[in-house]
Design a binder for this molecule. Structure first.
Ligand code: ADP
Ligand code: GLC
Length: 470
């Protein structure tokens, strides 16, 4: 079976968040089963493209409204990824140092049209086209309704919602950018008076998945205005929990971390990583270290950290390290929190892949107070590295972390995004940390939980097969 994934992000090429990790990992696992998988993504001007060699395999022009836009399909000369990858090079729209900007309508429309034009030109067509998030949300519509893609419209397509918060809506004034389609079906593009790529994908895709069962259930009551649509389309919606790339996220071989370790050597290996963090960020190594890694946006709940730590750190019995970037007010508040908390608190504002791995390997606990978390990969990385998660029970966090007080529990959960609830869990965690035997037992237990893609990749293959039988 040939599967084509189309996405704006893919690790290790371009990563903003978990979408990249998923699109960089699922294809490998699919390939280890019965599929042949390729990923199509934009050609960005970033460190990956600047340090690799590419060859051109196809050249053509798309029509974007009245504009003729040249594009080039490139692939890697030496591909060491475990899947095929093709890049869409459109210099004026895609070859940028960033992945997303505040004005992406034309950029990602050009990307989607070029991807379909290229598929159209190929003799071997994919058995399934799998699109990710709203940047690829008009593909199911164009496959179904744009005349030029008629020949592709019997190819099943799957659309995965990684985050329904972002929908990519734009004005009907830009409708002419979409290749000519059956105007009687214009309603499929619309949601609340705008062209809404996410809504169009939910309406037109053969199957819609999201990245955890609990998030799927939540979307019918909380989906940024798309609740009724998701309710109406439930018969083709599936919640499939993400996995993690077992090879990339492996403390035994991870080249980013200071000392590698196994379940058996975790105590020593993790201490070396914690020492690195404590030395670098001037934190007291004898106290339990609470970490956070993430985009600083309202969804992640990180805005309540300043209030939380102003209170919790008065106890002086723990330390905190926050790694993230995003909202400027949050960044400023994180930096200001350093005042009066020397030795107990520090922050790194920015995106740093290597440092994130060391935090998973060296922090004792990982905080995720998310308001919304479709899946969340951080808690699964933390588990694999032996860092105990403290999470708000929502979306994928609810599906992957069981509170210590319950049978088979191993983490700390809270219901609300409230400083006091986090403080209560910090207190529970400090108590656990001080009971060395129990703390080490929990650590061992979480490192043995299997969240690799194996099980979920099988679910996707089942879905692809079922669509091919329609
Ligand atoms: P989301 O996709 O909503 O940001 P996920 O939990 O799915 O959340 O994935 C986040 C990914 O991005 C993880 O791989 C995490 O380690 C990484 N990440 C987030 N912020 C940073 C940062 N500032 N530096 C390094 N890695 C980060
Ligand atoms: C989104 C979600 C996150 C999820 C990731 C990968 O960015 O916010 O929860 O883990 O996609 O599916």
């Amino acid at each position: 079976m040939n599967i084509t994934h189309i996405s704006a992000e893919c690790y290790p090429i371009a990563k903003v968040g978990g979408l990249a990790d998923v699109v960089g990992a699922l294809p490998k696992y699919l390939n280890s089963k019965i599929t042949k998988t390729q990923v199509i993504m934009p050609f960005y001007n970033n460190s990956f493209t600047n340090s690799n060699t590419f060859k051109s395999v196809f050249k053509s022009k798309i029509k974007l409204g009245n504009q003729d836009v040249a594009f080039n399909i490139k692939t890697l000369v030496n591909n060491t990824l475990d899947f095929n990858i093709y890049f869409i090079d459109i210099p004026e729209f895609l070859f940028k140092e960033y992945v997303y900007s505040s004005n992406d309508t034309e950029r990602f429309l050009a990307f989607q049209i070029a991807a379909l034009d290229w598929l159209l030109s190929q003799d071997t067509k994919p058995d399934v086209i799998h699109c990710h998030d709203h940047h690829t949300g008009l593909i199911p519509f164009m496959l179904q309704e744009s005349y030029k893609y008629n020949i592709l419209n019997n190819i099943p397509n799957v659309f995965t919602i990684h985050n329904a918060q972002y929908q990519g809506s734009f004005s009907h004034d830009n409708m002419s950018l979409i290749p000519e389609f059956n105007f009687g079906k214009v309603g499929l593009l619309d949601w609340n008076g705008q062209i809404n790529p996410l809504a169009a994908a939910i309406k037109c895709a053969w199957a819609v998945t999201t990245v955890s069962p609990s998030y799927m259930a939540e979307l019918t009551t909380k989906a940024n205005g798309l609740e009724t649509l998701l309710k109406a389309e439930q018969q083709k919606c599936y919640g499939i929990l993400n996995g993690i790339d077992w090879k990339v996220w492996n403390p035994e071989t991870d080249s980013f971390i200071v000392e590698n370790y196994t379940v058996k050597t975790a105590q020593k290996g993790r201490l070396a990583n914690k020492k690195y963090l404590c030395d670098k960020f001037n934190l007291d190594i004898n106290k339990p270290l609470f970490g956070f890694i993430g985009r600083l946006v309202y969804e992640k709940g990180s805005d309540i950290f300043p209030d939380t730590f102003k209170q919790s750190l008065t106890s002086k019995n723990h330390t905190v390290l926050l790694l993230g970037s995003g909202d400027k007010n949050q960044e400023e508040a994180f930096i200001n929190l350093k005042n009066n908390n020397e030795g107990l608190y520090n922050t790194f504002i920015g995106y740093n892949e290597a440092l994130s791995h060391i935090v998973y390997a060296g922090a004792d606990f990982l905080l995720m107070p998310s308001r919304v978390e479709p899946c969340g990969l951080n808690q699964m990385y933390a588990l694999r590295y032996g860092t105990i998660p403290i999470v708000r029970s929502t979306g994928g966090l609810k599906d992957t972390v069981i509170d210590m007080a319950l049978p088979n529990g191993f983490g700390f959960c809270h219901e609300n995004v409230e400083p006091q609830e986090i403080i209560n869990n910090i207190n529970r965690a400090v108590k656990l940390y001080n009971n060395k035997k129990e703390f080490n037992n929990v650590r061992k237990k979480i490192m043995n939980i299997d969240h690799s893609w194996d099980a979920s990749a099988k679910e996707y293959i089942k879905l692809y097969n079922s669509l091919n039988q329609i």
